[in-house]
Ligand binder design. Structure first.
Ligand code: ZN
Ligand code: ZN
Length: 309
């Protein structure tokens, strides 16, 4: 299946290379003056992925001012988390096809595949599908611009140059590539570890294998409560119980209190017992995007089924 698709050697080397830069830092001399910068980069990169790419852009769980969207979008580009159109398209498709053969980052295809290898072995046509599923994101000028890799890498190169010329090579490795290594692996762990039948717990009987995992929640700013998220995709909170620590939820709550976030989809009082049916493609599309998605292949499949083929 997807595993046999052509390996994107260039992207594979880039993803491995970026992580190796983070690992090389561990053999160089750490200075305590790096720590505040590392935490800022870790927070900016992490929250940009969870709050912006995921809870805002993919699921539209709230609204916020344009300048704040751009600030978070830039954070995700600095960390090279994936251009927004591709990220959103791929993730929406994951919600529609979770843990089926068509879900390319499910552990049903093996752990390495669910964690990182899906990024470098995408089937032909996946890109077109992502563009279709993220048509709304393509209307945002900087998201459209960043579909071109040479524009997308500019924020990363800008921050890397700034750190290199102020802190030197070692400072650059510690302050940029170590936080990126951590953010990458926690983000990928949401796809891999939080879909493994043997790890974590379930609060909702969803049709996929999603799990809640406290430790992934801690490192990935609350995204580890992935079973809660699959049950309530648009909800701006993933941690629902008081001990399900969800940093992204608290940031969105703070923004709302400051008037910088509105129309927030907060959990309803019955959120812990009610589960939305997300089995049918159309129901999933309605839930995720609030509109019907026209995918000719789905229609073709339905026609085939109706004609008994
Ligand atoms: Zn998932
Ligand atoms: Zn999601």
């Amino acid at each position: 299946m997807f595993k046999h698709d052509k390996l994107n050697v260039f992207l594979f080397l880039v993803l491995v290379g970026l992580q190796v830069l983070g690992l090389i830092a561990l053999w160089t001399r750490f200075q305590w003056s790096y720590l505040p910068i590392m935490l800022v980069v870790y927070f900016w990169a992490g929250i940009s992925t969870t709050l912006y790419l995921h809870r805002y852009l993919t699921h539209r769980g709230f609204e916020m001012p344009g300048w704040l969207k751009f600030f978070f979008a830039t954070g995700s580009a600095v960390a090279l988390s994936g251009d927004p159109v591709t990220w959103v398209g791929d993730h929406r498709y994951h919600h529609l096809k979770s843990d089926t053969d068509e879900d390319i980052h499910s552990p049903v295809h093996g752990f390495p595949y669910a964690h990182m290898m899906w990024l470098v072995r995408k089937p032909p046509g996946f890109r077109d599908r992502s563009m279709r599923y993220a048509a709304d994101v393509r209307k945002i000028w900087y998201c459209r611009l960043w579909e071109r890799p040479y524009f997308y890498v500019l924020p990363h190169l800008g921050v890397a140059a700034l750190l290199y010329f102020t802190l030197g090579g070692v400072g650059l490795l510690w302050c940029l590539y170590v936080p990126m290594l951590v953010v990458y692996n926690f983000t990928w762990a949401v796809n891999s570890i939080c879909h493994m039948p043997s790890l974590g717990y379930r609060s909702f009987e969803t049709t996929d294998h999603s799990k809640n995992n406290f430790w992934i929640g801690l490192g990935a700013f609350g995204e580890g409560y992935h079973n809660n998220h699959h049950a309530k995709p648009r909800c701006a909170a993933h941690g629902l119980r008081w001990w399900e620590f969800d940093l992204t939820r608290y940031v969105i709550w703070t923004l709302e209190k400051c008037g910088l976030a509105w129309n927030v989809v907060w959990p309803k009082p019955d959120a812990e017992i009610a589960v939305d049916p997300v089995t049918a493609d159309q129901a999933g599309a309605l839930l995720l995007f609030g509109a019907h998605i026209k995918d000719p292949r789905l229609d073709a499949k339905r026609d085939d089924a109706e004609h008994g083929q």
